[in-house]
Design a binder for this molecule. Sequence first.
Ligand code: PSV
Ligand code: MN
Length: 424
Amino acid sequence: MIFNKETIAKHNEQEFSKHKKKLDFISADIDNVNVVIEKLKAFQIAIPSWALGTGGTRFGRFSGGGEPRNLEEKMEDVGLLHQLNQSSGAISLHIPWDIPKDAKATKALAAQYGLQFDAVNSNTFQDQTNQQYSYKFGSLQHVNKATRKQAIDHNIEVIKHGIELGSKSLTVWLADGSCFPGQLNFRQAFNNTLESLQEIYAALPDDWKVFVEYKAYEPNFYSTTVADWGQSFTYVNKLGSKAYTLVDLGHHLPNANIQQIVALLLNEGKLGGFHFNDSMYGDDDLTVGSINPYKLFLIFNELVEGMDAKGMNHAKDLGWMIDASHNVKDPLEDLLQSVEAIMNAYAQALLVDTNALKAAQEVNDVVLAQEIIQKAYRTDTKSLVAEARIQSGGALQPLQLFRTEKVREQLIKERGEKTVATGL
Ligand code: PSV
Ligand code: MN
């Protein structure tokens, strides 16, 4: 389902004067409001192809109606999100959950929705039917060379799919690790993984990047072979200049200072990409900003400061993606909320008075530093984000329009009540 432009325009007209009042109010306080709005317009967050259906846990999955039944319908859903918010102009595919049957046609359809292909993701954490060797005891780390080769070949296959679609990066997340003490020789697992990653790296086109994502635990509960940023950093340093660390917000031990991790990775030129979500306990994969929006802002503050220090382009030089799971919410509504939370955290970070903050830091004025940071965080940036959306052709209030136009009901009519999207 796609909105016609008039529907969006009519919706925007309805509350435009209210919006304008709020925008004028906040703009009066910002020196370079148009620069901020332009940055917001440029910022795009990729939607993963596996997040368009209802997620589940090992205890069950309660599918909603009208879920996309194939890649084409997933792209249609992302296209719809992008039409509403103008900030979701990319889709990230997980292979083999979503293998394009006809790459040319898939690319053409994406162009129709204004979508780019973000990073492609390999999957060596599940066994596929007809697969010769099992990944029960790992993939790139496996003690058996033939199993490692199978996993390497899969990654190279994923790169080939990505090339056909115009992707420019591969994300490797490994479930590899061990569940019990003594199960694994840590050094051997590390060296096998490094060697396997080196073979994958050798197959990367020159203008590609590989992102090595880390995760503290799950599905392995004693050790994970790429468990934290230090381990990922060691791999990517040894791999070379096209290899970067990917930070997934849910993949840390409790209370980890992710903002500091981000700052250091940027400093070392090794931060490549981001998976956004939120969590209360661990890798809960909740809606971005639903639990700890202040932390999200602090992370963005480091991202903006660190990228500016390196002369990086906020929109283009890192891979931005949502990696969440929607167990109880409508996936599309959830994704709209996540994108909105990201855009607001980014907008707030753009409002930090960097020079004043630097000056406060130089004289160890801790109180003033906090005042400066929190002044930006406590600014209601919603009208700035909405203005960027409207200027790009999106909706003033995407979630509200999604509901008043009864999008889910229409999708159920088109696709049926009992459809299950591939993914986790
Ligand atoms: C693993 O938990 C992860 O964060 C990786 O990015 C996977 O690709 C994704 O979730 C889906 O399983
Ligand atoms: Mn992830």
